[in-house]
Design a protein around this ligand. Structure first.
Ligand SMILES: Cc1cc2nc3c(=O)[nH]c(=O)nc-3n(C[C@H](O)[C@H](O)[C@H](O)COP(=O)(O)O)c2cc1C
Length: 310
């Protein structure tokens, strides 16, 4: 399938593995890129030395395009930008903020810049600043979220900008990809589906929690902080919500949340935050990234054929 996104990124399938802090390292990203999609290393809040190591590692694991996701809330953003420029990372996506002030320097070395955005206003702003494409991410997503659903956000963003739009949030199979294309997107970004891939190095306990989750098994913590996060319901996340209702301060909330994703990533799902999207209920198996992308493309073809016949 060829779209402006596949052409821009020089990838075979319009499928992007979203950056996932502490979960998407060089191993996962290389597997997705080798499977014909775009794999992305998440810089998250990791030390810049870790980002450098992962970028150098992925270059040994694939000769296909790959990306680095830069979390704009991280205190090390400037250092990470320096690393991606120095290493000539082909594609950069950005999360949790407006990357406009970094776009010029990244593009100056030929890096393709794709901000993740939650609204039309920010989409227009980053297009004016020179973004090459955007990821319109709906509130169904795992991790940090905006307010609008993918269904409502994507077509409005498509009508607001001229650059290609990639849909994210609640997509995990061929039905999701076809729906995204129907809304005007030219590719999809998935996080939750790739957590349950063979190559994702997250703990088995984390993968198990995603596999077990049903449609209503996620909740959103931290709305009052301005940085809401979607994760799987657990004693830990339910307790955080209760403390919010009881009037905990932002400082206290952040103290409790700090390091909690990493705990779950390492296997302590009881005391950790299991970030995952509403589509978790659809994810029922762990399979290699190559099979995930092949299955999605085959399902997509079958659906498109059946729609033509109607
Ligand atoms: C565990 C987890 C961590 C994430 N971390 C980041 C991140 O560091 N930066 C970012 O831009 N998006 C992050 N996201 C969002 C994903 O990149 C992607 O856009 C999202 O998962 C798509 O929705 P889905 O989960 O329904 O597939 C994260 C998502 C998950 C599930």
């Amino acid at each position: 399938m060829e779209t402006r996104v596949t052409k821009l990124l020089q990838i075979e399938h319009p499928i992007i593995q979203g950056g996932m802090v502490w979960l998407s390292n060089a191993i996962l990203a290389a597997a997705v890129s080798n499977a014909g999609g775009l794999g992305i290393i998440a810089a998250g809040h990791a030390p810049p030395s870790w980002v450098l190591e992962q970028v150098q590692l992925i270059k040994k694991m694939t000769n296909k395009p790959f990306g680095v996701n830069i979390m704009l809330l991280s205190p090390s953003v400037d250092e990470v930008i320096k690393i991606v420029i120095q290493e000539r990372v082909p594609i950069v996506t950005t999360g949790a903020g407006n990357p406009s002030k970094y776009i010029e320097q990244l593009k100056a070395v030929g890096t393709i810049v794709i901000p993740v955005i939650p609204s039309c206003a920010i989409a227009k702003k980053v297009e004016r600043s020179g973004a090459d494409a955007i990821v319109a991410e709906g509130t169904e997503s795992g991790g940090h979220i905006g307010e609008l659903t993918t269904m409502a956000l994507v077509p409005q963003v498509v009508d607001s900008v001229n650059i290609p739009v990639i849909a994210a949030g609640g997509i995990a199979d061929g039905r999701g990809l076809v729906a995204a294309l129907a809304l005007g997107a030219e590719g999809v970004q998935m996080g939750t589906r790739f957590i349950c891939s063979t190559e994702c190095t997250v703990s088995d306990e984390y993968k198990e929690a995603v596999l077990k989750a049903k449609d209503r098994d996620t909740l959103v913590t931290g709305r009052f902080t301005g940085h809401p996060v979607r994760c799987i319901k657990s004693n830990f996340s339910r307790n955080l919500l209760k403390l919010e209702k009881d009037g905990i301060t932002i400082k206290e909330f952040e103290k409790l949340g700090a390091g909690s994703l990493r705990k779950a990533v390492e296997g302590n799902v009881k005391e950790g935050t299991i970030m995952s999207g509403q589509i978790s209920g659809l994810v029922k198996d762990i399979k290699p990234c190559q099979q995930i992308t092949n299955d999605i493309m085959n399902e997509t073809q079958t659906i498109l054929d059946s729609l033509h016949k109607r």
